[in-house]
Design a protein around this ligand. Structure first.
Ligand SMILES: [Ca+2]
Ligand SMILES: [Ca+2]
Length: 495
């Protein structure tokens, strides 16, 4: 990935004029009275290396959308912090309310927060929610609802009475994640009571793991305890990537927001450790307590929040990347993972700041990215002139030029003959040549199912195509420059 923020700014300045023209055009001619068309016409264009991303609003006038999930029904499932759960049509923006919690306590950072859907939703249509309630004190509970087809019903309590901060309402967590073994992870905040994060008998400042009925899994690291890892301050990002690694973002104090890999039975250091183990006292504590250091720490803080994993050929520059929402600038970034997934190669801003604070992200199967703004959360003014009309929004980030690779059995003859591989089929190495027009473009290699395996910049019009770790079989090689002129050829690697 070769995205640079300076490049982005140059491109964005050029493109902002285009955007203004588009808006004037829209307001002047077509869009009055056609709200969806108007929303979608207001497109912000972001340039990556060889891809133009179109950022459009698909829904607006929402109230702090806290969790967005791409559902098995191809709708976006969404929580809003004031206690509503809904299904959002990603094309029209139409919102179907499924539940409005009567006992949700929205106060400062507290309210309806994380959500997870059962992985086998057809046969087990369960929706897991974590939210604050007030029985005289601010508390939090994790519940399960059943989806009936047009509503959520039958609240079932998995875990309640979780302590939260009644005075400030802050540091309540909480993200949910269901793992392939059908256990559920939940992040809990330290409710501004720092020391609790190191107290192994307390539920706060932890990542908890439970069975989907709320019981303690037999293989949890501490027998009889929900605690999976500890020493956390207030983690609000949690994802399982395709590589099997669990990543989490975590708010630091005035310094040291963190990006962590979550492992069982590990101490993440808070409050003794902020960020890396990089001071004398920290080094001693880390050594004695087997502290897991973050992959990345940010000072000054950027207020890290929802994360998701991206590895779709629609946006090759974001291959093997964590997408991360932030509540400060930069509001939406990509963290490009190395092959092992255990370190970050680079970090880049994806969406410009004109949309304000960002709370959560989800990825559609076609490679589109959806992002929720968070300008109605009471802190919009921290970010400049927010909230604005239409906040909060769900934004879609799409590469309009992407076409999925064609399938096996189709005629992939390249009539223009602008790309050729000789020999093909081959084993070991072959020579790949291009029309000179493609220099500066991107070469992508996909497997037969369309999964992106390799991306490289085209610097010359003839390069060696090395088999490397590709097993014998069928692959697709696609060339893309500025989102146009894409060509695909089928490659057969011999056993
Ligand atoms: Ca830490
Ligand atoms: Ca430190």
């Amino acid at each position: 990935m070769k995205i640079r923020i300076s490049d982005f700014k140059i491109n964005h300045n050029i493109l902002s004029n285009l955007r203004k023209v588009l808006r004037l055009f829209c307001l002047g001619l077509f869009c009055v009275g056609f709200s969806t068309a108007q929303l979608q016409a207001q497109t912000t264009i972001v340039a990556l290396d060889s891809t133009y991303l179109h950022v459009t609003t698909v829904a607006e006038d929402l109230h702090v959308p806290w969790e967005i999930i791409w559902g098995p029904d191809d709708f976006i499932w969404m929580t809003e912090r004031d206690g509503s759960v809904s299904r959002l049509n990603p094309e029209t923006g139409d919102q179907q309310i499924l539940l409005e919690l009567s006992d949700c306590y929205e106060y400062s950072e507290s309210g309806l927060l994380g959500m997870a859907l059962h992985p086998d939703f057809d046969s087990s249509p369960y929706v897991y929610l974590v939210y604050n309630y007030n029985d005289g004190d601010n508390k939090e509970k994790l519940v399960r609802y059943t989806y009936t087809g047009d509503a959520l019903e039958d609240e079932f309590l998995l875990l309640g009475e979780i302590t939260c901060n009644s005075f400030s309402g802050n540091h309540s967590g909480s993200r949910l994640l269901i793992l392939p073994d059908e256990t559920l992870l939940m992040t809990t905040g330290d409710y501004y009571n720092d020391e609790v994060a190191q107290e192994i008998d307390e539920l706060n400042g932890k990542v908890l793991r439970m069975n989907l009925d709320g019981t303690v899994p037999a293989d949890n690291p501490i027998t009889g305890s929900l605690v999976y890892s500890w020493g956390h301050r207030n983690a609000q990002g949690l994802v399982l990537a395709d590589n099997g690694i669990i990543y989490s973002s975590e708010h630091g104090p005035n310094t040291n927001d963190e990006f962590n890999i979550i492992e069982p039975n590990r101490n993440y250091g808070w409050p003794q450790i902020e960020g890396y183990c990089d001071t004398g006292p920290e080094s001693v504590f880390c050594e004695e307590n087997n502290v897991k250091e973050p992959l990345l720490a940010w000072t000054p803080t950027i207020a890290v929040c929802g994360i998701d994993y991206y590895n779709h050929p629609a946006i090759p520059e974001l291959a093997h990347t964590i997408l991360q929402c932030n509540l400060k600038e930069p509001a939406f970034i990509g963290l490009h993972l190395d092959q092992s997934g255990e370190s970050i190669l680079d970090e880049t801003s994806i969406i410009p700041e004109e949309f304000g604070r960002m709370r959560d992200v989800c990825v559609a199967p076609n490679g589109d990215i959806y992002v929720a703004t968070s300008n109605q959360d009471g802190r919009g003014s921290w970010f400049g002139a927010f909230p604005q009309d239409g906040d909060d929004r769900i934004l879609r980030v799409r590469n309009n030029s992407y076409e999925p690779p064609v399938g096996i059995g189709e005629d992939l003859t390249n009539a223009l003959n602008e790309i050729s591989l000789r020999p093909n089929p081959f084993k070991g190495q072959a020579s790949l040549s291009f029309a000179a027009d493609y220099i500066g473009g991107v070469l992508n290699v996909y497997d037969a199912e369309g999964k992106l395996l390799r991306t490289e910049l085209i610097k010359e019009n003839e390069i060696v195509f090395d088999q490397d770790d590709l097993a014998a079989g069928v692959y697709f090689v696609k060339v893309n420059k500025n989102g146009i002129g894409a060509q695909t050829i089928k490659v057969l690697i011999l056993p």
